[in-house]
Design a protein around this ligand. Structure first.
Ligand code: SAH
Length: 233
């Protein structure tokens, strides 16, 4: 699996991934965080899937500040925190008890001192000057349709930052709608990468967005509006 990924964790990092799996098992007994905890479900559908779009970053290891919006049980955020020891990671989820579980896991793994946790809606953070235009990378996996996620992520990017949308299926109409949405946000689609996950876990796409100018101040719109009236729709 690591050979295919093109990046190898250190002994410490491998131990942290194993510890993360143990933590997920025990938190799952209390809180329904994820059903992907055993074997390939964990190593391929969670860890590998979180890391593959950023493999060049894993090799270069720059000191970036990243935000994972809708982290749920901690993916991709916790996997990235392990794999990028020089990065700062901010994990956001609107469900406070998920954020508390993820914070507890990060503390056990010794990652919490370079992480931040926030139980808030992405639409609120995107309008908060303390959060807006602050991040080198903003990402989300399995949170909402791509144009909705774009509206959550783009306002958080500093100039020159990147948004990363983890997608499953990806079609030309998806691309057209996202192109229209990003135009409203003063951003554009930079690249779309495809990968067939090992162990028959299916096709994944990684869509990266780059701001071309400051995001118009009306975005993100009020809580719930991006999902109800997706941009570019
Ligand atoms: N990223 C994780 C979890 C996906 S489930 C994974 O890939 O496994 C989607 C999560 O996004 C849920 O935990 C939900 O609470 C959160 N979420 C959905 N809309 C949100 C919003 N507008 N702001 C913050 N979190 C949101």
């Amino acid at each position: 699996m690591w050979k295919l990924l093109g990046w190898q964790p250190s002994e410490l990092q491998l131990g942290q991934f194993q510890q993360l799996q143990d933590e997920l098992r025990s938190w799952n007994a209390r809180l329904n965080l994820t059903r992907l905890v055993e074997g390939d479900d964990f190593w391929i559908a969670q860890v590998f899937d979180s890391l593959w779009p950023l493999v060049s970053l894993l090799k270069a290891a720059p000191p970036v500040h990243m935000i994972d919006v809708g982290t749920g049980g901690g993916f991709p955020g916790l996997a990235l925190a392990i794999a990028l020891p020089q990065a700062r990671l901010t994990l956001v989820d609107s469900v406070q008890r998920k954020i508390e579980a993820v914070r507890a896991m990060a503390t056990t793994l010794g990652l919490a001192q370079r992480m931040e946790f926030c139980g808030e809606r992405a639409e609120k953070l995107g309008q908060d000057p303390a959060w807006r235009q602050r991040f080198d990378w903003a990402m989300a996996r399995a949170v909402a349709p791509a144009p909705v996620v774009a509206e959550y992520l783009v306002p958080l990017l500093r100039p020159g930052g990147r948004a990363l949308l983890y997608r499953g299926q990806w079609s030309p109409p998806d691309r057209e709608q996202l192109n229209r949405a990003t135009r409203s946000l003063n951003a554009r689609v930079e690249a779309v990468e495809a990968l067939d996950l090992p162990a028959g876990r299916g096709l994944r796409h990684a869509v990266s967005l780059v701001p071309v100018a400051g995001c118009p101040h009306q975005y993100p719109r009020a809580v719930g509006i991006p999902a109800k009236q997706p941009l570019g729709g």
